[in-house]
Design a protein around this ligand. Structure first.
Ligand code: ADP
Ligand code: MG
Length: 452
């Protein structure tokens, strides 16, 4: 590292500090390292999930520092390969310059944000790192980077958590910011109520003057039969977006699959950034459990944590549920250390609840799959071969084989008298698709929880 390179990098960090909120600096910048500068190209060591943020937000910082120190245009190149002799620096620079805030002249809003959710207590893993990075980026510069931010993923994977964490992070710096967390379902209900009580204008006003709208489970908006609800949401969206007010949406599926939602709304959802959350892998499950047991007044054997991580793989809510079961037992029995035996005993009822023990009928499966894909059960059982119907039919057959004990011929019979080889073909086809298609995997997880 030459002296000039060192100067350059210190300047980059300093400028980045001025530019960014503390949380964004800590997350995106603090562990970046300059490896070298060759031919006016700065090679920077950085986790891939943070690279996009640099490309979009810190180009000017690199340019400025480059001209100041070298008098030429410095471009940057990112790598996530460990440099042979890693070089790290003491950070320099003064603390962050506080942003001057305009005093709000409107009445404060009840944000409905749950302060138990933060970025700090959201454990990062392969399946959620992009979503977390995008959420932090949005929280540090609302309305400017990704608008809207659309987060989708199966149930219990942390969407509501991230949504609230964004709100809490923004409120840290701007306690008076007009932020509102609301589920799509509550939005619908509030809207209907405002019509009944003649307070439609007030409702309109209260949403259109927000700085940040965090709207959860937008897929439920599709179930509202009233066109006026979507119309109202559409207008709110447009007003906020055109005023550069941040909108974050979550959903259990990608925008394209939002049945019952108007096309013009769905199109807008994809204007900003769409990121997914997929189920936690084993390491992440262990990390989440380890994190969540920290504050409990008793210990866990490492074996127990690994056991639990193996028992519940589909989502984080199940992991938390298991810890709650164990907590009851541990407190009741005054346990010091939770062994695998204690854990197994505590979660037995929960495991018995699990799908294989439940009697799930093919009818249930057909109904839920149909609902999800916007296809009728009749269509699933019939022979029509449009793309939607074929997918729904094959998914239903796949789930019938996976979730019930019925034989292939029996399943075939329940699908309008088809041959067992048709069922097997559908099963193999979906299985292959699942291996390659994360979206489909999320869709199936969602449908499965509905069936259970
Ligand atoms: P979703 O809205 O996607 O259905 P939630 O946000 O409600 O899921 O998450 C379910 C539970 O799991 C919450 O209590 C949440 O705090 C927890 N959780 C989910 N993901 C994580 C994570 N990565 N780290 C820590 N807790 C998590
Ligand atoms: Mg949720």
């Amino acid at each position: 590292m030459t002296e000039n390179e060192q100067l350059f990098w210190n300047r980059v960090l300093e400028l980045a500090r001025d530019e960014l909120k503390q949380a964004a600096y800590d997350y995106f910048v603090a562990d970046a390292r300059l490896i070298s500068i060759d031919n006016q190209i700065a090679t920077i060591y950085l986790d891939e999930v943070k690279q996009m943020f640099w490309r979009q937000n810190l180009k000017s910082v690199i340019l400025t520092a480059g001209f100041e120190i070298f008098n030429v245009e410095i471009k940057c190149h990112f790598t996530f390969e460990e440099p042979k002799t890693p070089t790290s620096f003491e950070e320099q620079g003064e603390g962050l310059v506080e942003e001057v805030l305009d005093t709000p002249h409107l009445a404060p809003v009840v944000s409905n944000i749950d302060d138990k959710y933060s970025f700090d207590n959201f454990v990062q893993g392969e399946g959620n790192k992009w979503a977390k990075a995008a959420a932090i980026a949005v929280a540090s510069s609302p309305g400017t980077i990704y608008n809207p931010l659309f987060i989708y993923g199966g149930p219990g994977l942390g969407k509501t958590h991230l949504l609230n964490a964004i709100g809490n992070e923004i409120l840290k710096d701007r306690p008076n910011a007009r932020i509102r967390y609301i589920s799509a379902e509550t939005f619908i209900n509030e809207f209907l109520k405002s019509l009944q009580t003649g307070k439609k204008e007030e409702m309109k006003e209260s949403f259109r003057t927000l700085d940040v709208l965090l709207i959860d489970d937008i897929q439920s908006m599709g179930t509202s039969k009233m066109k006026a609800t979507q119309e109202e949401f559409f207008n709110t969206f447009n007003v906020l977006h055109s005023n550069n007010k941040q909108i974050v949406l979550t959903s259990d599926r990608i925008p394209d699959q939002l049945n019952g939602l108007e096309k013009r709304l769905v199109t807008r959802f994809s204007w900003g950034l769409t990121v997914d959350i997929t189920p936690p892998d084993y390491e992440t499950r262990v990390a989440i459990l380890t994190n969540k047991i920290q504050e409990l007044p008793y210990d866990f054997e490492q074996n127990t944590i690994e056991y639990l991580a193996n028992q519940f793989s589909a989502n984080v809510r199940d992991l938390e549920g298991a810890l709650k079961d164990i907590d009851l037992v541990a407190r009741f029995k005054h346990v010091d250390t939770v062994t695998v035996e204690i854990a197994a005993e505590a979660i037995r009822a929960r495991k018995n609840d699990s799908p294989k023990m439940n009697v799930i009928s093919i009818d249930d499966i057909q109904e839920q799959v149909g609902k999800f894909y916007g296809v009728t059960v009749k269509e699933i059982k019939a022979t029509k071969r449009t793309q939607d119907i074929v997918l729904a039919r094959q998914v239903a057959m796949y789930l019938a084989r996976e979730m019930t004990d019925n034989s292939l011929p029996k399943i075939g019979k329940s699908f309008g008298g088809r041959d067992h080889s048709t069922v097997l073909h559908a099963y193999n086809k979906i299985k292959n698709m699942l291996a390659q298609d994360d979206n489909l995997r999320i869709e199936l997880e969602t449908i499965k929880t509905k069936i259970r």
